[in-house]
Design a protein around this ligand. Structure first.
Ligand code: ADP
Ligand code: MG
Length: 213
């Protein structure tokens, strides 16, 4: 997977976030301040602009630029957290020209570690970590079990979607939603929902690739 692949992923993610902007904002209206869809839509639009303007010859440079853009353009909790995720992933891919599934797995691990380093959320606290952590784990497990690359991306997206759904019954212990205490139960976490969308876009990008030789 080359720089073009990662640019295609971000373009797909931007399109899905634009389409789901109001849904994400409604999720945030229930347990936050009704800006999550707006925040991410602004951020991903800025990513596409930045990618158009700068030269990003490697996968690592694509993701690093995406992360820096989110940090500078998106306020709130999610901008720095997603920014950290993309920057950490970019740093891990360095100047690799063609990332293997194992390289992508290492980058996803780094993204999760970056989010947890910055936000200190563990699984079960009703945040984006509840979608990201199971997805990252399922992806590396699929590869370790020798599953084909396409299956691994399917498993990744399915685990993220399942993780996001599982946040409905959780009480928020981090971020703005935690101010609601037990009243945060019964709603899907907006950041977990957006993580599932972004990783579904990654799966779709991988499935759209020409099968290898
Ligand atoms: P804000 O909460 O500042 O309005 P957003 O609405 O854009 O920012 O993002 C809210 C999302 O950020 C939450 O749904 C949650 O998934 C995520 N989040 C908040 N705090 C943390 C944290 N400490 N660790 C991981 N994710 C977090
Ligand atoms: Mg918000």
């Amino acid at each position: 997977m080359d720089s073009e692949f990662f640019r295609a992923w971000l373009a797909k993610a931007a399109a899905v976030i634009e389409e789901q902007r109001d849904h994400l904002t409604q999720l945030d209206a229930a347990i936050g301040d009704a800006d999550h869809g707006i925040n991410l839509n602004r951020g991903f639009t800025a990513i596409l602009d930045a990618l158009e303007q700068a030269s990003t010859p490697t996968a690592g440079s694509v993701l690093t630029l995406a992360g820096s853009t989110l940090i500078s353009k998106v306020g709130g909790a999610s901008g720095p957290l997603y920014g950290m995720a993309f920057r950490s992933a970019g740093k891990t891919l360095k100047d690799i020209a063609q990332a293997s599934p194992q390289d992508v797995s290492a980058a996803l691990d780094a993204a999760l570690a970056g989010v947890q380093k910055l936000g200190a959320a563990k699984e079960g606290e009703k945040t984006m970590v509840d979608a990201l952590a199971p997805a990252v784990g399922a992806f590396s497990e699929a590869l370790a079990n020798g599953r084909p690359e396409r299956d691994a991306f399917e498993v990744l997206a399915a685990a993220a979607a399942g993780g996001a759904q599982a946040t409905i019954s959780m009480q928020a212990l981090k971020g703005r939603a935690s101010y609601l205490g037990p009243r945060s139960v019964g709603h899907e976490d907006p950041g977990a929902a957006s993580t599932a969308l972004i990783l579904a876009a990654l799966r779709d990008t991988a499935l759209a690739q020409e099968p290898g030789p």
